[in-house]
Design a protein around this ligand. Structure first.
Ligand SMILES: *Cc1c(COP(=O)(O)O)cnc(C)c1O
Length: 406
C-alpha cells in the first residue's frame, strides 16, 4: 500500500467538490495494466478504463517513457508557434483516414464543438445557407457544453439548461426513412441542413451499433445534397471496436471525424479531422490554449506506436469475440437475466432483462464487491470497455465475476 492511500476522506471531498457525478464509494489511487487499487488497498479488474479511455491500461511503460521524456523537454507552449509533435500526430492520423486536416483540443465535447462550428461555417460560406441546421440522433451523446448538449438527443441532459443552442434536430437512430423525411422537411424551401452528426455506435445511449445499410444511405443522401457527414468517434475511435476507425465497422467514409477518449490513453486530448475540401477555418476562427500541446500529442503518438507494435487492434477484436461469446453463453445459462449482448470489439453492452431504472448502476455497484469495475450505458445496459491490452485470462476472470454477480 502506498503512503498516501489511507488518508482519503470522502466527507471532505463531498464538502468541496460539486456533486455533478453519482460516484461509486471507492477512491482509486494506483493502477498497473488492467488492474487498479483503492485507498484501502483492494484490487479491481478495470473494465471501465476511465470510460473507454485508458487504451494502454495503467502505468504502461511506453506511455510513462514518452510522457516523462517530453515533460522534461517541453510540455506546453502555444499554438502561436509550430508544435512538431502535433504535426506528426496529425500526419499519422490522416495517413490512415480519408481525411487530410486536423484541429486539436482537449476533450470530446470540444472536438464536437469544433465540428459544429466547421459545419456551420462551411454551410454559410460554401453553400450560402443562412440558418444552418445539424441533424443528430435520438439517444445520442455528444458532450456537455451547451452546443454539444443541444446536439445530444436525450432530454434528460437538456432539463434545466434551456434555452438550448438553436439549429439542432433529432431523428431516430438507424432509421433512414425518418432521417430522409426530416431533411426533406427542413429543405422544402432551400438548403438548410449543414451536417448530419452521428455515432457509428451509440455509446452512452446503450451500446447500439450502427447499421451499415443505414449509414450507406446516409452517405448517399449527404453526397446528393452537399451535407457534411460528421462521425463522432470520441468513444469508438482508436482501435476500440477491433478496427482502428469506428467507421470501418459501418463501411462509410465521413467528411469529419471527432476523437478524444482513447486517443492519448488517458491524457486529455481531443481532435477533429476533416477532408481538405471541408476545411474552411482561417486564422482566428477557432482556438484552444491547451489544444494539441507537446505533452498530449506525445502521449497520443505513444498510444499509436504501441497499438501498432503490439497488435492491440487485433487484440481488441479477439478479446471482444471471447467476451461476447462468454456473455452470450451466460445469457443462455441465466434465462431472463440478460436481454441482449451487443457491440464491436472491446465496446460491449449487456442489456439487462428488467425494467428497473437503476438496474445497471446497482449491478455496477455490486460488481465492486467482486473486484470488477464496470460502468453503465443508460439505465439497463452494463458496458464493458477494458483497456486494449486486456488478456484472455483477464477476460475469463471478468466473465466469472459477472456470472457470480447474477
Ligand atoms: C464521452 C463522449 C463525448 C464527450 O467527451 P468529453 O471528453 O467528456 O467531452 C462525446 N461523444 C461521445 C460519443 C462520447 O462517448
Amino acid at each position: 500500500m502506498h503512503a498516501q492511500d489511507a488518508s482519503f476522506d470522502p466527507a471532505t471531498f463531498d464538502q468541496h467538490v460539486m456533486a455533478t457525478y453519482g460516484r461509486f464509494p471507492i477512491a482509486l489511487t494506483r493502477g498497473e495494466g488492467c488492474r487498479v487499487w483503492d485507498s484501502e488497498g483492494r484490487a479491481y479488474l478495470d473494465f471501465a478504463a476511465g470510460i473507454a479511455t485508458c487504451t494502454l491500461g495503467h502505468a504502461h511503460p511506453a506511455l510513462i517513457d514518452a510522457v516523462s521524456r517530453q515533460i522534461r523537454r517541453l510540455h506546453h507552449v502555444s499554438n502561436l508557434y509550430y508544435i512538431p509533435e502535433q504535426g506528426e500526430l496529425a500526419r499519422r492520423l490522416c495517413a490512415g483516414a480519408p481525411l487530410e486536416r486536423a484541429f486539436f483540443c482537449n476533450s470530446g465535447a470540444e472536438a464536437n464543438e469544433a465540428a459544429i462550428k466547421l459545419a456551420r461555417k462551411y454551410a454559410h460560406t460554401r453553400r450560402d445557407v443562412s440558418t444552418p441546421v445539424i441533424i443528430s440522433a435520438q439517444a445520442s451523446f455528444h458532450g456537455r457544453t451547451l452546443a454539444t448538449v443541444s446536439a445530444t438527443g436525450q432530454p434528460r441532459y437538456h432539463r434545466g439548461f434551456e434555452p438550448l443552442v438553436e439549429g439542432f434536430v433529432h431523428v431516430p437512430y438507424n432509421d433512414f426513412a425518418a432521417l430522409e423525411a426530416a431533411v426533406h422537411e427542413l429543405e422544402r424551401e432551400g438548403p438548410t441542413v449543414a451536417a448530419i452528426l452521428l455515432e457509428p455506435l451509440q455509446g452512452e445511449g446503450g451500446i447500439r451499433p450502427g447499421d451499415p445499410v443505414y449509414f450507406q444511405q446516409v452517405r448517399a443522401l449527404c453526397d446528393a445534397r452537399q451535407i457534411l457527414l460528421i462521425l463522432d468517434e470520441v468513444q469508438v475511435g482508436v482501435g476500440r471496436t477491433g478496427e482502428f476507425w469506428g467507421h470501418a465497422r459501418i463501411g462509410v467514409e465521413p467528411d469529419v471525424i471527432t476523437l478524444a477518449k482513447g486517443l492519448a490513453g488517458g491524457l486529455p486530448i481531443g481532435a477533429m479531422l476533416c477532408r481538405r475540401s471541408c476545411d474552411v477555418f482561417e486564422p482566428g476562427d477557432h482556438a484552444s490554449t491547451f489544444g494539441g500541446n507537446p505533452l498530449a500529442c506525445t502521449a497520443a503518438l505513444a498510444v499509436l506506436d504501441t497499438l501498432e507494435r503490439d497488435g492491440l487492434v487485433a487484440n481488441a477484436r479477439e478479446r471482444g469475440l471471447q467476451l461476447q461469446r462468454g456473455l452470450e453463453a451466460l445469457a443462455g445459462r441465466l434465462p431472463g437475466k440478460i436481454a441482449d449482448v451487443r457491440g464491436w470489439g472491446l465496446i460491449l453492452g449487456v442489456e439487462l432483462g428488467t425494467n428497473e431504472p437503476r438496474a445497471a448502476i446497482d449491478l455496477a455497484r455490486a460488481a465492486l464487491t467482486q473486484g470488477l469495475l464496470l460502468v453503465p450505458a443508460g439505465p439497463r445496459v452494463l458496458r464493458l470497455v477494458p483497456p486494449l491490452i486486456v488478456t484472455a485470462a483477464e477476460c475469463d476472470e471478468a466473465l466469472a465475476s459477472i456470472e457470480r454477480l447474477f
